[in-house]
Ligand binder design. Structure first.
Ligand SMILES: Nc1ncnc2c1ncn2[C@@H]1O[C@H](COP(=O)(O)OP(=O)(O)OP(=O)(O)O)[C@@H](O)[C@H]1O
Ligand SMILES: [Mg+2]
Length: 207
């Protein structure tokens, strides 16, 4: 996709694979090549989006319907894309985003069982053909990833899901990568952090 020469890179993977840990490292690799980089995340990325994130992760007395979850995500995503991501790319800044549209297909589609066509139609309306140039999937077995987050955190609404939910999501991401190797790069995130960083440096070098 051509937005100036800057590229839009997203990072995906289940909870605990190391997205937040590695995103800064990815930015440093690009900055070493003299590029300027904006780091952002979803849900979030704007003041409104960060408040939507808090709502999405919170527990309410009533259960949150998948449709409600999906519409909140897209309300925040539209603001994020229009007001942060596209303007940064237009100024020649590279953008790295911790989760993006693939997470919606993975969590709300594969995970919660929402019809992919509903997600397609929201994408069409809000994003048109705008998609990441590259998507880095940090992949690790569910038990390994979940053990990392269960160590020292109060779990949010997503993190309390069963292992089978995350297994569907992991498999969905791997399937995306198999179907579209042009856009997706799979990193073995089960390895120790130094080795994960090494793999990331190698792929970033080639982008
Ligand atoms: N390769 C690794 N080996 C061991 N521990 C790791 C590794 N990568 C990250 N961690 C640790 O695992 C925990 C989860 O990492 P991190 O928060 O980066 O995951 P995440 O993918 O951003 O999760 P979430 O989706 O919940 O935001 C952190 O405590 C981090 O220090
Ligand atoms: Mg994170």
């Amino acid at each position: 996709m051509s937005h100036s020469n800057a590229k839009f890179i997203t990072v995906e993977g289940i909870e605990g694979v190391g997205k937040s840990t590695n995103i800064q490292w990815m930015a440093e690799q690009l900055e070493q090549k003299g590029l300027s980089v904006v780091l952002t995340r979803e849900p979030g990325g704007t003041p409104l989006g960060e408040r939507v994130r808090d709502i999405l992760l919170a527990e309410f007395t009533e259960k949150t319907l998948p449709q409600t979850e999906l519409l909140l995500l897209y309300a925040a995503r539209f603001a994020h894309v229009e007001q942060v991501i596209k303007p940064a790319l237009a100024q020649g800044k590279w953008v790295i985003c911790d989760r993006f549209v693939d997470a919606t297909y993975a969590y709300q589609g594969a995970g919660r069982g929402m019809d992919f066509k509903v997600i397609d139609s929201l994408n069409e309306w809000t994003l048109g053909s705008f998609r990441p140039d590259h998507t880095v999937i940090l992949d690790a077995p569910v038990e390994i990833a979940l053990a990392r987050i269960q160590r020292n955190r109060v779990l949010d609404r997503f993190e309390k899901e069963k292992a089978s939910f995350f297994e569907k999501i992991r498999q969905f991401y791997l399937q995306c990568a198999a179907q579209n190797p042009e856009r997706y790069i799979v990193i073995d995130a089960s390895k120790e952090l130094g080795q994960v960083k090494q793999q990331i440096a190698e792929v970033i070098c080639k982008i």
